[in-house]
Design a protein. Structure first.
Length: 709
């Protein structure tokens, strides 16, 4: 259950989660990597707040995860259960996107952070492959204790009116500190490495060089002072092949030793052996045999080629796989912003789309709403960088504001940024929009980065084009469906009524659930609820015919059983091959009675004025559309003033692996325990109960009725 946004949540947030929440569970379970997520109350996105055992660059693609994404932690939070991946094969089979971006050997557990049915976030832990095939009981208890502790902190903060909210960027746990070194021993260790004829160096978890001995500096051909604090593949042109950086990533993520051979020009071959642990990577450097080893990565033809790093390539691959799963325009915009800002370096992003000759702001990150409003709806005839990128189909890169001012003299520095990239979004020669990336530090945009960002814009453009078509189809489908359902329930004297309809998840399928309330003569009313087999326009059209037929027969004063029998004959005559369940109730308000009949529909629930709640079991009837001679008995029951009659479709109680009788009993218990509240509030509470108890993959229709005295 998503918790509502309290007014106090907007007033300010409390302090952050303590580092020890994640650090303790990593220590107790021996996990090599840990990620802790919060689920903000205002958006269905898991936000990374704490990370341990990896660099910010490696964690960047996972900084924001939509709650409906096919990612282990999202599944764990949605399903309120632990997700365990015991091998790389498990990862590739169940979560291909994760396997593409992190193609290394590791084991993974993802657990939800929940309390009292409320989801607060999720926990992810990784282990090297030498971990046992299953979690131990002690590890499982440590994970549960961590989630309980985090949930208690988050619940207490929310109750106090200062809920914890995710920071703009996740906080990285410092690596565990080794024991305090004796100064004499430290000096001896430095002397020892200085005397070694082979090279050795150390990288932190971010890949930056923290130490190199004299032999190592001689082998790579550079003084130690120029190397410390830098990543080797960013300093040496001969180490810029993405495969070399990939070996560092593999060592950090998998915690397994690895190696590669590289050629320092003109003809010096070096073997690099990497040994990782929780604090960084130790590297052993030795001369290698002349000529490339059989598995050695091939170097680019010249140092000036400036190949793109492995991290950037993985980020691009991750974005491509994420966008392939995006459905509507909103999903594309959110995914693009979630991935591009943390992974590719900009501090701000704006995505604009073309509509009716104007460029509209569709989404943004890092910019204020006021600034975006100034640029919204700019005509395509205006001369701005974003518009010119579209009209010329040419990307524009401005390393400084002076460069931007030179190209556009009227430009005013409004966003406090230092560099900009304006990328056209073009599909098959058609302008779709423009992507603006802004950086808070000067950026020279070398050719390799320009090529990367241009490829990125191409992915976004194609996804936007698909999303527009999807949104158009979705609007058509939902328009058809909602047009066949009553816009509002009619007013019936002496009767309070509330209805809810909720489609199942994403997609353009059209549900067959329907309901209606029909005023009749002599202060009576008929109510109907049903579900036509299928999720397509044919099912929707048949749903409309069933609802119309029931309405026509109900207003003649026929019993619920007769109405079902006549509607059944109509469906059999239509011979659509589709069936429908249906339940009809005729409310005699003056005499406090209800007559009901069912055609294979889930039973109604009745809550008496004293809160006793039970299931109204009716003689079973065949689904509509099977046998034209089927009989539908009518059953009469008392309906006291103040009672609540609940009619619903099977999507409210039916989930895979759950007994429907148990689910119906749980729904009845929740209805019985509900406070004496309006039917509108009660309807929302019943839907929330259903969604909290298990994921729903079918449409839900719900109709609540309460007669007054």
């Amino acid at each position: 259950m998503r918790r509502p946004t309290a007014p106090s949540a907007l007033a300010g947030s409390g302090t952050a989660l303590p580092d020890s929440v994640l650090a303790d569970v990593m220590r107790d379970t021996g996990a090599s990597v840990g990620l802790l997520y919060l689920l903000p109350p205002a958006e269905p996105v898991l936000r990374l707040v704490l990370a341990g055992g990896v660099s910010g660059q490696i964690a960047a693609p996972w900084a924001r995860i939509p709650l409906d994404a096919a990612i282990p932690v999202a599944d764990a939070v949605r399903e309120r259960s632990l997700v365990w991946l015991g091998s790389q094969e498990d990862v590739a089979r169940r979560y291909p996107r994760l396997g593409i971006v992190l193609p290394y050997d590791f084991m993974l557990a993802a657990a939800p952070i929940t309390s009292d049915g409320t989801a607060w976030g999720g926990l992810v832990l990784l282990w090297p492959v030498w971990h046992p095939a299953e979690l131990t009981a002690a590890e499982g208890e440590s994970i549960n204790a961590c989630c309980r502790r985090a949930a208690a902190i988050l619940r207490q903060a929310a109750s106090s009116g200062r809920p914890l909210e995710p920071p703009d960027e996740p906080r990285l746990l410092p690596p565990p500190h080794p024991r305090e070194a004796d100064p004499v021993q430290a000096a001896a260790a430095l002397d020892f490495t200085a005397r070694l004829p082979v090279g050795c160096c150390a990288l932190d978890l971010d890949g930056r060089l923290t130490f190199i001995n004299p032999a190592g500096a001689d082998l790579v051909g550079a003084p130690a002072g120029s190397l410390l604090g830098n990543r080797p593949w960013e300093v040496f042109p001969w180490l810029r092949d993405p495969a070399f950086e990939d070996r560092y990533r593999a060592a950090v993520v998998s915690r397994q030793p690895t190696s590669f051979t590289a050629r320092r020009r003109p003809d010096t071959w070096l073997l690099f052996q990497l040994y990782p642990d929780a604090t960084g990577v130790s590297v052993h450097i030795t001369p290698a045999d002349p000529g490339p080893a059989p598995t050695a990565p091939r170097l680019p033809p010249t140092p000036s080629a400036e190949p793109i790093g492995a991290t950037a390539l993985y980020h691009l691959t991750h974005l491509a796989t994420a966008l392939a799963e995006a459905a509507g325009v909103h999903d594309v915009v959110e995914l693009a912003a979630d991935q591009i800002v943390p992974a590719f370096g900009p501090k701000a992003l704006a995505l604009l789309t073309v509509k009716e000759g104007r460029l509209h702001i569709t989404g943004y990150r890092g910019y204020s709403p006021e600034l975006m409003a100034r640029f919204d709806a700019a005509p395509l005839t205006s001369d701005t960088p974003a518009v010119r990128a579209i009209t010329t189909a040419t990307p524009a890169f401005f390393p400084t504001f002076a460069d931007l001012k030179k190209a556009y003299p009227p430009a005013v520095h409004q966003d406090e940024m230092a560099s900009w990239a304006f990328l056209p979004l073009i599909v098959s020669g058609r302008p779709v929009g423009s992507l603006v990336l802004a950086y808070n530090q000067p950026r020279i945009f070398p050719p390799a980065e320009r090529a990367l960002l241009t490829s990125l814009a191409g992915l976004v453009a194609q996804a936007l084009d698909r999303a527009r078509l999807y949104d158009a189809k979705l609007a058509l489908a939902h328009g058809l469906q909602t047009g066949l359902l009553p816009r509002t329930l009619p007013r019936v004297p002496g009767l309070e009524a509330a209805a809810r309809y909720r489609p199942a998840g994403h997609g353009i399928d059209i549900g067959g659930d329907f309901y209606d309330l029909i005023p009749c003569a002599n202060a009576t009313a008929a109510v109907v609820i049903g579900d036509v087999q299928g999720h397509d326009p044919t099912a929707a059209a048949l749903m409309g015919q069933v609802r119309t037929a029931v309405r026509a027969h109900a207003t003649t004063g026929s019993t619920p059983g007769d109405v079902l029998a006549r509607t059944n004959r109509l469906l059999c005559d239509l011979d659509t091959g589709l069936f429908a369940s249906c339940l009809i109730a005729h409310l005699d308000l003056p005499h406090h009675r209800v007559r009901m009949a069912t055609a294979g529909h889930p039973p109604a629930l009745l809550r008496h004025p004293d809160s006793r709640t039970g299931t109204l079991r009716l003689p079973p009837g065949l689904l509509l559309g099977i046998d034209p001679d089927a009989d539908y008995p009518t059953t009469e029951s008392p309906l006291a003033p103040g009672s609540v009659l609940a009619l619903y479709t099977d999507g409210l109680v039916e989930t895979p692996g759950t007994d429907i009788d148990d689910a119906t009993a749980a729904l009845a218990a929740h209805l019985a325990a509900a406070q004496d509240e309006s039917l509108e509030t009660l309807a929302d509470a019943l839907l929330d109960h259903a969604e909290r108890s298990a994921p729903r993959n079918d449409d839900i229709a719900l109709l609540l009725l309460r007669p007054h005295g």
